[in-house]
Design a protein around this ligand. Structure first.
Ligand code: SF4
Length: 412
């Protein structure tokens, strides 16, 4: 703003009181044991989030070439085992965590030799790898490193670059627009160059730096149909035609296509292609993630921590006693309050949408061949379960139940 304020740093000097220290220590010891015993922990510790690449690809759920395909031939070069063998040299954890999911990597040879970074993680492998047609883990790691250095999100960056490649191949962009670059999927040199151009807002990078929504609207002429975002937030590393609950998440999440607001990927693995029952599953995951964010838990606290033990921790630390029912009410209240905020800002049912490609272009290949996201069938059920009316507006009785009546004025 006008004061050129960049940040405010605050440092406390007092102690953090714990209401019941003995109980807290007991719960901590139990959680450590539970994490060790959880069958999924070993793979997460060894490979980090990259362990999800192979199972996601097996479902056709990796984003491939701007979410146009369900199969990527070069996945073998990007799976967790390849990454561990080729570049990972150290496991790293946040303070005191029993699940060291961070992977420190070093590129030992080739054009990117000497690059050191933490990662790449699953989402970065999806967006900078399969989505850009890149099958070299070193090139993905280099792209991830550049994004880190420039302070850019790998998801939005990989998404908008893949979009530019498709737009170029379809004739929406010419070499004049691309600064002479012949954009192709899998061309690591050009893709890495685009990351730098976006960061420095140079040439085509200036336009891409605005994100896929703004850029596609600027191109017009139907180019919006394959701009993969919701509410202006670029899609994350899940192809929604292959896991349709993720499509419902992208469409309804308060901040757009954000995978970290209640991913359904694991919960819907048994029936990923049907919309049936997905509204209920999604509300469960959204509420669970809302709770963990409110309590400041890591999103991997599901390894070993049950919903009950989360509340036991809350009680031991703060002395507050919450029943499961009350917690459910509180997270529902948070979600509804966020909805009210969005409605006030002009984001309603129309914005709870997905791009044309997800809704109307059948998946051409892979396990979900022929599928699209049945959003129109899922959305009414979702609204109804949330206590919202068919237009996506919270009902009066829902507002009363959640103690939000003071905000009714926002709905007029
Ligand atoms: S706290 Fe979470 S992100 Fe950090 S190392 Fe543990 S599991 Fe990984």
């Amino acid at each position: 703003g006008s004061k050129n304020l960049k940040a405010i740093a605050v440092r406390g000097t007092g102690n953090v009181e714990v209401a019941d220290l003995n109980q807290f220590k007991k719960l901590l010891a139990e959680a450590y044991e539970a994490i060790k015993k959880d069958p999924a922990s070993a793979s997460r510790i060894k490979y980090g989030t990259a362990s999800s690449v192979a199972p996601a690809h097996a479902l056709g759920a990796m984003p491939v070439k701007n979410y146009s395909r369900g199969v990527f031939d070069g996945t073998e070069g990007l799976i967790a085992e390849t990454m561990r063998k080729k570049i990972v040299f150290h496991d790293e954890s946040c303070f005191g965590c029993a699940l060291p999911c961070g992977k420190l990597s070093l590129i030992k040879e080739g054009p990117y030799a000497g690059t050191v970074l933490q990662g790449p993680q699953y989402e970065s492998i999806g967006l900078l790898g399969t989505n850009c047609g890149i099958s070299s883990i070193e090139a993905v790691a280099r792209g991830n490193y550049l994004c880190n250095e420039f302070g850019m999100d790998t998801i939005s960056t990989g998404n908008v670059i893949a979009y530019a490649i498709e737009a170029y191949q379809k004739g929406y962009l010419t070499k004049y627009d691309t600064d002479g670059m012949d954009l192709r999927f899998g061309d690591a040199d050009n893709i890495l160059s685009l990351i730098e151009r976006i960061a420095k807002r140079e040439g085509l990078g200036q336009k891409l730096s605005e994100g896929v929504k703004v850029f596609s609207e600027e191109l017009g002429r139907g180019a919006e149909k394959f701009a993969m975002h919701s509410k202006g937030q670029e899609f994350a590393s899940f192809e929604p035609r292959s896991v349709v609950g993720m499509g419902l998440l992208y469409a309804t999440a308060t901040t757009g296509a954000n995978h970290s607001l209640g991913p359904t990927f694991r919960e819907e693995m048994k029936s990923p292609l049907t919309g049936q029952g997905k509204a209920k599953i999604l509300i469960g995951t959204q509420n669970s993630y809302c709770l963990q964010d409110s309590l400041i838990y890591c999103s991997f606290s599901r390894y070993g921590l049950s919903p009950i033990s989360r509340l036991q921790f809350l009680s031991a630390v703060t002395g507050w006693e919450y029943s499961q029912e009350e917690v459910e009410r509180q997270v529902h209240r948070i979600y509804t309050a966020e909805r009210l905020f969005n409605l006030r800002e002009g984001f309603g049912k129309k914005e709870d949408g997905l791009p044309w490609r997800s809704l109307a272009e059948p998946m051409p290949d892979g396990p979900s061949k022929g599928n699209v996201v049945p959003l129109e069938a899922m959305l009414p059920e979702y609204y109804s379960l949330r206590g919202w009316d068919p237009s996506g507006t919270p009902k009066k009785e829902t507002m009363e139940k959640l103690g939000l009546t003071e905000f009714m004025g926002l709905l007029k």
